[in-house]
Ligand binder design. Structure first.
Ligand SMILES: [Zn+2]
Length: 436
């Protein structure tokens, strides 16, 4: 077997977000009927620029003009990112033939940027049929395999299926297991399950039973083991930093193998000074109950109220729906201590943090790069990997992400450790399918 550990392992990566401008252009050109309105309407509303489908390919013939239209490489609200991502949706057909082609090309393009191991996430519509999921997954695996053979096995690509947080994940999991039975290629290349997209409203406690089931199955049959990759603590405008950090810790405790972004865990709390956060009373209740139960351990990290007072606070919000939490210095010091408690506790678990510097800067809640969570992860010595998230649309590469991490303040020595360790954090290893 070839040694492929000399380059980068890009473990948090979405297949269609990895499409580079040149590749997207090619796909668009060969699509007989792009779904223009998906792109043009929101784009015009947000960016104030009229796009004419009839003359699109001559208007944007210049590669720089097309790049500028497509790339999202500035900080902005999620809707602006989505408006650009819609160009991918509009120009692509998402049929097996295209998925095969893109999977192959993405691995080849990434290899040019020094990536020798990549895990690519794909998400199907909730309405996709069993046959459709089977054919598309098989096509993706064929594309990955083809790229590996073109590169003479100097690089590897693996597939991860993103499930729907709001769907019937048990049924989706059954479908995944069934297509792995049906095709030995899928069984080999499909290595994990991902939870992505909007996280607000979907607490990890609702996925506890599911995470436990996957981990039990992994132990019972390691040859088909799947890692659970869980986007969490990336967007948390609806809750306090303490609640958001609790979500991250609980995801790890319930059995998620890798934690996507986990911004809330390491972002500098003082960046929230003076803000008022509106949180649901249910969320605050869950947090207070958590603090009540673990008060003694957490008290080593920050000054908490007595159990009695926490109990009274739980009583006081019993009939409320929402609570307003003003972020003053005192409450933010507690948040910081709580983050440290969560980080130490995660170090006791097997979970690995996936940090995506550019993504967090552009669409995450990191407003000031000096407050980037990576810095605290580094100071705490967390098990972590650095990834691109959507290298195509962000116009980034692994080299660029590592450079950004160094600019933020992570030492070159620690970065080299992260680079090497990342090959030990693959889904196949974390799920128990492959040995270290
Ligand atoms: Zn992601």
């Amino acid at each position: 077997m070839k040694d492929f550990t000399s380059g980068f392992a890009d473990l948090h990566n979405h297949l269609y977000g990895s499409i580079r401008p040149e590749l997207l252009w090619e796909i668009g050109r060969s699509n007989p009927s792009p779904r223009w309105e998906i792109f043009t309407i929101p784009y015009e509303q947000l960016y104030g620029r009229k796009i004419r489908p009839e003359t699109f390919f001559s208007d944007f013939q210049d590669s720089k003009a097309f790049r500028d239209l497509y790339l999202f490489n500035h900080s902005g609200p999620f809707l602006e990112f989505q408006a650009k991502f819609n160009l991918i949706i509009a120009l692509s057909q998402f049929n097996p033939q295209e998925i095969r082609f893109i999977s192959e090309r993405v691995v080849l393009d990434q290899y040019e940027d020094g990536v020798t191991f990549g895990e690519y996430r794909i998400m199907y519509s909730e309405k996709e049929t069993y046959e459709g999921i089977y054919e598309k997954t098989l096509a993706a695996c064929e594309g990955l395999q083809k790229a590996e053979s073109t590169l003479k096995e100097k690089a590897r690509g693996r597939l991860v299926i993103s499930l729907h947080r709001d769907g019937d994940v048990f049924r989706e999991y059954e479908v995944v297991k069934s297509i792995m039975e049906k095709s030995s290629l899928i069984k080999e290349y499909l290595v994990g399950l991902d939870f992505c997209y909007i996280e607000e409203g979907f607490p990890p406690k609702d996925k506890k039973e599911f995470l436990e089931l996957v981990n039990r199955d992994n132990l019972a049959e390691s040859s088909t083991a799947l890692a659970v990759l869980y986007h969490v603590g990336e967007s948390f405008q609806d809750k306090s930093l303490v609640s958001a950090s609790r979500w991250i810790l609980q995801s790890a405790e319930f059995g998620a193998h890798r934690l996507g972004h986990a911004i809330a865990l390491g972002i500098e709390p003082m960046s929230f000074l003076g803000q008022t956060i509106v949180e649901s009373a249910q969320e605050l209740r869950d947090t207070l109950e958590f603090l009540y139960e673990r008060r003694d351990e957490i008290s080593d990290y920050c000054e908490l109220q007595t159990r009695e007072k926490i109990g009274l606070e739980i009583d006081s919000i019993r009939h409320k729906e929402k609570v307003e939490l003003y972020q003053d210095e005192e409450s933010l010091l507690i948040s910081k201590g709580f983050q440290n408690y969560c980080m130490d506790s995660i170090l006791d678990q097997k979970a690995v943090i996936e940090s995506c510097p550019s993504s967090n800067e552009y669409i995450g809640m990191v407003k000031d790069i000096g407050h980037h969570p990576l810095l605290r992860f580094f100071q705490k010595g967390m098990r972590m990997t650095i990834s691109t998230d959507d290298p195509g649309i962000f116009g980034t590469s692994m080299k660029n992400e590592y450079n950004k991490a160094e600019t933020i303040g992570v030492s070159p020595e620690f970065l080299e450790e992260i680079r090497k360790d990342s090959f030990q954090y693959t889904s196949e290893i974390l799920s128990g399918r492959a040995r270290q």
